[in-house]
Design a binder for this molecule. Structure first.
Ligand SMILES: NC(=O)c1ccc[n+]([C@@H]2O[C@H](COP(=O)([O-])OP(=O)(O)OC[C@H]3O[C@@H](n4cnc5c(N)ncnc54)[C@H](O)[C@@H]3O)[C@@H](O)[C@H]2O)c1
Ligand SMILES: [Fe+2]
Length: 383
């Protein structure tokens, strides 16, 4: 076996209703005053209430910041950091989707120490220290609760990542009750994001390893086996818990075997056209899989064995069946299927391809090298 390094969030709590216990977790970390990070939609849905009640019962003071915007821009992070410094908090909690969790990670880092956001983009640049950090996802999607990654949309409409083990959270709190009210379209898009994390981790060129492989396989079994159920019946708690657990496993996998061209090509779609992250992934996924097939067929065949056990024949037959199944998935889940459905036209492709080529951090993990010409062709085929 090839040697490898694996890192993850140290502690996790997985049980419906467990966000009520955030107070005891935070107190055990030694915090007396925390910033609670979230967004207006999550707050309106009443999802902060149990967590806030638990914090109150534990005697922990809370400063609220609920102005997170999806695909968080720099000004949101600056504002949250200023509020955290002003309140002199000693811990950061997020209840929300990937956007809220990513903001919380950077607040924990930038509210103490001397690092500046502009200086810490990239892999392994941020050094810390940071404040204690507890994250409770309300989407079964990003896996941010177990990744050392925070994604920021910069002024130039570019998505940049801060990637460093220092922002791996202390606790992941997986309370599926928080996801019961997630609308079907968000459930579908975030669920596909999680599936893409597992697929790209499983085919990652540089850092794929036996542990990330096991996690990705189990993630795909859970996500593929439950995504239709949760989109049809959002109140199915057991299926919601499976999705939330599956998305965390996929997060653990891709935190160590990083994602690649699907994400590299999806980011410009999200950043320039404000298409939700999971949907941007789903729009380019089929064409990236077709492009990668010559280099990754044997791995796609193994994924087909999990997602499509009825497929048989050669690796190439299984790969074709897998790509067809994943191409048909968005329509079955009532999501847009073409880039033109989200307002993207042929004239936009040059700019998207240029932006995608800047995602070198991701492209370097792709099983097949992607040139700008290839990126253009993938976008054209996805139009
Ligand atoms: N850090 C990582 O490892 C990582 C990985 C993948 C993606 N991301 C980033 O995460 C962000 C996307 O996160 P996301 O897909 O979770 O969405 P999100 O956090 O942007 O939320 C999307 C919308 O869903 C709403 N919402 C969330 N949970 C809800 C619930 N339970 N009930 C009702 N409404 C709810 C929110 O109010 C918001 O309007 C992007 O910025 C993406 O780049 C980060
Ligand atoms: Fe993602």
């Amino acid at each position: 076996m090839q040697g490898f390094v694996f890192q993850s969030t140290k502690s996790m709590m997985v049980e419906p209703g467990c966000s009520a216990r955030i107070g005891e977790v935070v107190k055990a970390l030694g915090c007396v005053s925390v910033l609670m990070v979230s967004d207006p939609g999550v707050k309106r849905a009443g999802l902060l209430e149990n967590g806030l009640a638990g914090l109150k019962a534990a005697g922990v003071a809370v400063t609220l910041f609920t102005d997170v915007e999806a695909d968080p821009p720099v000004h949101v992070i600056d504002k949250a950091v200023a509020i955290a410094r002003e309140a002199n908090v000693d811990g950061v909690v997020a209840i929300g989707g990937g956007s809220s969790m990513d903001v919380a990670k950077l607040v924990a880092l930038l509210a103490v120490g001397n690092e500046r956001l502009d200086d810490i983009y990239g892999v392994g640049v941020a050094k810390g220290p940071r404040l204690p950090l507890v994250l409770a996802p309300t989407t079964a999607g990003t896996g941010s609760e177990v990744t050392p990654i925070s994604i920021v949309t910069t002024g130039e409409g570019e998505k940049k990542g801060v990637v460093s083990p220092v922002i791996l959270p202390d606790w992941a709190i997986l309370d599926a009750e928080l996801t019961l009210g997630l609308p079907p379209a968000v459930t579908a898009a975030t669920g596909i994001d999680a599936m893409v994390h597992a697929i790209e981790a499983y085919t990652s060129k540089r850092l794929k390893n036996p542990l990330s492989d096991s996690l990705a396989r189990e993630a795909l079994r859970l996500l593929g086996g439950n995504i239709h159920t949760v989109c049809k019946d959002g109140q199915n708690l057991a299926a919601r818990q499976n999705m939330l657990f599956g998305s965390m496993l996929a997060g653990m996998a891709f935190a160590n075997a990083p994602v690649a061209a699907v994400h590299a090509l999806a980011y410009p779609v999200g950043a320039r056209f404000h298409v939700p992250h999971g949907l941007s992934n789903s729009l380019v996924l089929p064409q990236v899989l077709r492009f990668n097939a010559p280099a990754a067929e044997h791995l796609y065949a193994e994924i087909a064995d999990i997602l499509l056990p009825s497929a048989n024949g050669s690796a190439s037959h299984k790969t074709v069946a897998l790509v067809e199944m994943l191409s048909a998935l968005p329509e079955k889940l009532a999501l847009p299927t073409r880039l033109r459905d989200v307002g993207i036209a042929a004239k936009d492709i040059e700019e998207l391809a240029s932006d995608a080529m800047n995602q070198t951090r991701l492209l370097m993990n792709n099983p097949r090298e992607v040139t700008k010409e290839d990126a253009r062709a993938i976008y054209e085929a996805s139009l």
